[in-house]
Design a protein around this ligand. Structure first.
Ligand code: PIR
Ligand code: CA
Length: 325
């Protein structure tokens, strides 16, 4: 059983990450924390509660940072819509928010569990995680790992070079990459392999019931947005990959790199710069004046899509069954 805190900004793919975390038998979801990202903090927090209501999930949900550390706020309305989770009918929340700020929830949860037993799974901008590192540096040593959705080494989606979660709060992301903890970067190079194909959608349709329909409505909306904005045939299920990787250690193939965030480029702000240690053709010896650090970040390179699809389908089936659908 891997214990996790899911820090998210739901968000269509965040919703699937929540379902996977709650429905997979190898994951213990200790709580959900929210951060402004795909939409404003009130909207994404409301969506987190609505997803829990739709799926019959009851875990603490704590709201966090409403603005990035330094950069002005940006949201992703073109992909996620006005609510941040346009498409499905959003049920009314069935329980109250945790009264704590997400940063305090993260700190208290990590510090009250045994050392090296709790994973942080940030799948939105890294504001809450950076604030928690600064408020209680002892968490850095205590968490088991950080597996984040963000960045890339070949492309961007907010800009040509920058992925949204890093672009929105680059200073926070840099703090997380510099932390002395185990970080896995699941970037766009990886998550663009994690598509909700027709086959996956058919398998979810075959489950039947309200929750399966909720998921299909999610993919319906975000699928059209991805077609319009990026000319993709199917939408990527970015955030669910981080949870799936903890549920199944064989899901990803990773390579070690030194990863740093471009904070000031005119065209490259928010880009993750990755210097791979052992990937032929992707290693650059650090040059004088621009020293590179050690290759300590695990960068996800290749996804086993079949295993990923099974994990998504199985978690939705399990949640639907426990709701009696
Ligand atoms: C996805 C996201 C934001 C903008 C676009 N265009 C697409 C969100 C997803 O929730 C995911 O966490 C990450 N940010 C992918 O960039
Ligand atoms: Ca997200």
């Amino acid at each position: 059983m891997e214990k996790i805190i899911l820090d998210c900004d739901p968000g269509h793919d965040d919703a699937i990450a929540i379902l996977l975390a709650a429905g997979n038998p190898n994951i213990e979801l200790l709580g959900i924390t929210t951060v402004a990202g795909n939409q404003t903090l009130p909207k994404v927090t409301r969506n987190a509660l609505a997803i829990c209501a739709a799926a019959g999930i009851e875990v603490p949900v704590a709201a966090g940072a409403s603005v990035p550390l330094v950069t002005p706020q940006v949201v992703a309305e073109d992909i996620h819509g006005d609510t941040g989770l346009d498409g499905p009918v959003l049920p009314e929340p069935t329980f109250e928010l945790d009264p704590r700020h997400a940063v305090d929830f993260i700190i208290e949860t990590v510090m009250s569990h045994e050392p090296k037993t709790v994973h942080l799974v940030p799948v939105g901008p890294l504001t809450n995680i950076a604030l928690a590192m600064r408020k209680e540096p002892a968490i850095i040593d205590r968490v088991k790992s950080v597996i984040l959705m963000g960045g890339s080494y070949t492309r961007g989606n907010s800009t040509v070079c920058a992925e949204f979660n890093i672009y929105v709060d680059p200073e926070a992301a840099e703090a997380v990459f510099r932390g002395a903890w185990d970080v896995t970067m699941v970037g766009l190079d990886l998550t663009h392999q994690a598509l909700a194909t027709a086959e996956l959608q058919d398998r979810v349709r075959a489950i039947g019931g309200d929750l399966a329909q909720f998921v299909l409505d999610i993919w319906g909306f975000v699928g059209s947005a991805y077609k319009k904005v990026y000319e993709f045939d199917y939408p990527p299920v970015h955030d669910a990959v981080c949870v799936a990787a903890l549920a199944d250690p064989q899901l990803l193939t990773c390579a070690k790199a030194f990863v740093t965030v471009e904070l000031h480029g005119q065209w490259t702000k928010g880009m993750t710069v990755a210097n791979f240690a052992d990937v032929p053709g992707m290693h650059h010896g650090s040059s004088e004046g621009l020293p590179m650090g050690a290759a300590t970040t695990d960068v996800a390179m290749k996804l086993d899509w079949d295993r990923f699809a099974d994990l998504v389908v199985d978690s939705i089936s399990a949640l639907a069954a426990s709701k009696g659908q």
